[in-house]
Ligand binder design. Structure first.
Ligand SMILES: [Zn+2]
Length: 78
């Protein structure tokens, strides 16, 4: 998707993969918008979830697989 930096007005593009990741993070952390850093002036640009969804048709939330790597936690006895 294309974003135009609100600070320096330079347009920059965000790959589909990044958009997907951003949507997942938003879901995890209950965010209303996501900050993308402008490659030119390094300022953050807020992008709403609605904008991201438009850029990522067919996106669906994939839960983090924390349990797979967590061996320290609950070890079932017997
Ligand atoms: Zn900028």
């Amino acid at each position: 998707m294309q974003i135009r930096c609100k600070n320096c007005r330079m347009p920059f593009s965000i790959g589909r993969e990044i958009v997907d990741q951003a949507l997942n993070t938003m879901q995890d952390e209950n965010l209303v918008h996501f900050d993308f850093r402008c490659p030119n002036c390094k300022k953050n640009n807020k992008v709403t979830q609605r904008q991201l969804l438009r850029a990522a048709p067919g996106w669906s939330y994939t839960e983090k697989n924390v349990s797979k790597n967590d061996k320290s936690g609950k070890a079932k006895g017997k």
